[in-house]
Design a protein around this ligand. Structure first.
Ligand SMILES: Nc1ncnc2c1ncn2[C@@H]1O[C@H](COP(=O)(O)OP(=O)(O)OP(=O)(O)O)[C@@H](O)[C@H]1O
Length: 282
């Protein structure tokens, strides 16, 4: 995904919201877009999504993007399951795959029992879970999350954290905006700030939020063909070769579920040999 010399203003003579923006993000990247209120973060994501056209410059993306907008319109005449099915079909999924993935995400967000409820009758939080699920079922090469965590309960926020990391681990490119500066801390590959002048510049990432002295999990995996593991895995695990094609990955316990999931769902296909908590004295 690449933006070259992108400028954006709404209407002729309007102020330049974005100016001469260069941004390149490849497979496996998890990128934070920060900036003050009204600086143009949503505009940037809408340009990448293809919903807005740049006033100047060029936007290139590798296929369709999946997008969670800042505001999701819940007043659609569908229930959650049939809405997700339709979105899946728009993304080119077969009916069977769209149905299966919809069911999986409704289940992961703990709302499988509301699959048949009209969107208009869902609570705001449940509706937001559907808004997020509609983007995740696509498994798109580019995933755009605009304040997608807002309105979710803590459990669902953690599911979305994992989902974003999984998409990147599976070779997707993920761009996100969130008001919490610690969101996905330690998992992002880059961060940028939209300035008041419309420019986009690299930003400092906040430090890893996890207590470095906290519990550590060890996950041992076998990579049958000896292929290298992805460079960016959730929790930035410390890897130790165990001989043959086995590797031990050590991560803060807070990241172990996400790491395990991305190992199981990502490439190369690995076999998990052991998962254990590291002994204190080691
Ligand atoms: N469709 C539009 N037409 C005209 N002006 C717009 C449009 N969309 C956004 N703007 C203006 O562009 C500027 C940037 O808006 P944008 O929503 O991209 O910022 P943001 O950084 O995402 O803001 P926030 O953090 O408040 O969500 C704002 O001044 C906004 O009013």
């Amino acid at each position: 995904m690449e933006l070259t010399a992108v400028g954006k203003r709404y209407g002729r003579g309007g102020r330049w919201i974005l100016r001469d923006v260069q941004l390149a993000a490849g497979p496996g990247e998890l990128v934070r877009i920060a900036g003050a209120n009204g600086s143009g973060k949503s505009t940037l994501l809408r340009l990448v999504a293809g919903i807005e056209r740049p006033s100047t410059g060029r936007v290139v993306r590798p296929g369709a993007a999946a997008y969670v907008p800042e505001r999701f319109p819940p007043a659609l005449p569908f229930d959650a399951a049939s809405y997700l099915l339709r979105v899946g079909r728009v993304h080119g999924l077969s009916e069977a795959v769209a149905r299966r993935r919809s069911g999986e995400w409704l289940d992961r967000f703990g709302i499988a029992d509301r699959a048949g409820t009209p969107l208009s009758r869902l609570s705001k939080g449940t509706c937001q879970k559907v808004a997020v699920a509609q983007a995740l079922i696509a498994e798109a090469r580019v995933l755009l999350l605009d304040e997608a965590w807002t309105g979710l309960d803590p459990g669902a926020r953690a599911v979305l954290d994992e989902a974003a990391a999984e998409r990147a681990a599976a070779g997707g490119t993920v761009l996100f905006v969130d008001h919490d500066p610690a969101r996905l801390a330690g998992r992002t590959s880059a961060a940028y700030l939209v300035g008041a002048d419309g420019g986009l510049r690299p930003a400092q990432e906040p430090p890893e939020a996890v207590d470095p002295g906290g519990p550590v999990m060890e996950i041992e995996v076998d990579v049958p063909d000896g292929a290298p593991l992805p460079e960016r895995l959730p929790g930035a695990p410390e890897a130790t070769a165990l001989g043959g094609t086995a590797v031990r990955l050590a991560v803060p316990a807070a990241h172990s579920d996400a790491l395990l999931r991305s190992l199981l769902l990502g490439r190369p296909a690995v076999r998990v040999l052991a998962v254990r908590r590291r002994e204190e004295e080691r």
